[in-house]
Ligand binder design. Sequence first.
Ligand SMILES: Nc1ncnc2c1ncn2[C@@H]1O[C@H](COP(=O)(O)OP(=O)(O)OP(=O)(O)O)[C@@H](O)[C@H]1O
Length: 645
Amino acid sequence: MNLPPSSPRTLSSIKDRSFNRATLTDDGIMITSQGHSTSGGRGDLQSKHFHGCNHSVSSFQSTPSSCFETTSLISCVTCLSDNNSVEHRNRRHSNHSTDTAGLLNEDLEEIPYSSVNGKLMVNTVIPYGRILYAKYLENPYGYRDSSSNGSANEETGISPQLEDPATGNPPASQTKSGDDVVGAQTLNGDDNRDSSAPGADVEDDDNYQLIEITFAKPRRHDVVPKRLTLLISHYSTSPETNVVEEIMGRSYKNAKSNRSILVIINPHGGQGKAKKLFMTKCRPILLASRCSIEIAYTKYGRHAIDIAREVDISKYDTIACASGDGIPYEVINGLYQRTDRAAAFNTLSITQLPCGSGNAMSVSCHWTSNPSYAALSLVKSVESRIDLMCCSQPSYFEEFPRLSFLSQCYGVIAESDINTEFIRWLGPTRFELGVAFNVIQRKKYPCDVWVKYAAKTKDDLKVHYLEHKRKRRRELEEEYDDNSQLEEVISRDSDFVTTEDDFKLKFPYDHGVPGDWEKLDSSLTDNLGIFYTGKMPYMAADAKFFPAALPNDGAIDLMMTDARTPVTRIAPILLALDKGTHVLQPEVIHTKILAYKIVPKVQSSLFSVDGERFPLEPLQVEVLPKICKTLLRNGTYVDTEFETM
Ligand SMILES: Nc1ncnc2c1ncn2[C@@H]1O[C@H](COP(=O)(O)OP(=O)(O)OP(=O)(O)O)[C@@H](O)[C@H]1O
């Protein structure tokens, strides 16, 4: 428990008057008055740079209703919010003076951490979505933060103390004893501040408590943890309220705090950069949020299957794959092979920190391919249920079918994904080159396909999509405008319990194709170009292959093309992939299905399942509804804007 000072004694005798005062608003902690600055011109520095709010933009940070942003903007508070948001830029330019924006973004980025405790503009709001941790500070009366024992992991020796995000080292301001120095400011007033300076009004000190918050602050393309000490009025809640608990409650609304995470790092992932990306971009955010983390490195191909098969599920609530999409695929399959698999899927949320070359899971679930933003999303996300797909082929189904969370493909895309691995050094370009090469050749991949439809036509599909999406949105936003009810809805989703029955296949491979499945017209399947099924909207950072995919609508999205389609038509279709509008084109078949079987009729080719090579054998797949828990930012996939297409 994070207890306030045990006596209502005031801070009025504290000589130091340099802390900013703040209050809690619906959106975040708002600075209400400035402590006077004695830091040798920080204020000057701020005003000097007043005009330059230089935000960078990344296509996956566009989050109109993001929990990371504030909604009521008194100042340009989003400069402490999502600086990569297109929405943010628009609002900034329409609603606010760039002056204020420039101050917060530019200057705080250039100056050391301690300066965050200097003058912050009045009305600046630090959104709850950015607050990682709050605690009462030790004060001159000897009250100590009773909650600051953190969650250091004894086995790994990982300390929850903040580290330099760039190096992973403790910050220079940490004392040898391990006590945190609050920036350059201490309550005993030995920082040469002039307590009689203007702005040091003392009359209402009774109503303030000294609280340190740690928040995720934009720095260049990333977010990094920063500390800030504030005098926070408890009249912003009620005098009896524990302000720190109130801040933590609002900052982790619908999210689980203090996660216990097993991080699996593929050291070869992301062309060998995965470990460094995790250590420098993700770990500081997780530790600042008081998550406990243990790290396991994959030592050989498919090692993550063994790790997940053997992991002690009582120790963790989350497995975070600091990798590409290959490791989550292996983790899901390792869990599936356990005798206690239902318990494993009920206990653990499987998530990705995008440190690989293919990061579709993070783009879809955390709405970003940036590792630090994904770490922030991880700690703030809602535990949500997603459907998986169960794949059976003759060579392995009797031992264990394979679970797929992302996609299966055959034809042009499969060959471009897998058969271009020898030019891996080209990065994502290799895939695009492969597709272009195969499409120009108009290469055909004959096969037979049977499907069990969930929504057959494009009109049916739109209805299905809108019904499921609106149902969820209605639950979250309209019907449940009261917070307690909203929490009820969200917990209803995460409380869904997987049982062993949920793993039983409705359509076992050896039972043959059921009579109510439809065989697709052979004039199409004998000339197939692309066969692609998916459960997440993005297959890569700029490939919105399945704009109608939903986390748990109980259906798989299928798209197909005919290899005879003229190149002049197929080229614009492929070029529309970043917008997702390719599925609207008449040449593209787009449908929702519950299950399918595909029997290839070529001598040499392959299947790609979640980016892994699978044998050229008949493949039968069915959806397993809501079987897996993951972390979704705001409880949904990234918005694809499919309804407005
Ligand atoms: N130590 C290791 N040695 C060899 N292979 C490994 C090792 N660790 C993991 N792998 C394999 O690396 C593959 C790719 O992993 P991941 O998806 O994390 O990386 P990636 O950078 O996105 O690569 P890809 O471009 O292949 O998707 C997986 O099949 C996994 O089994």
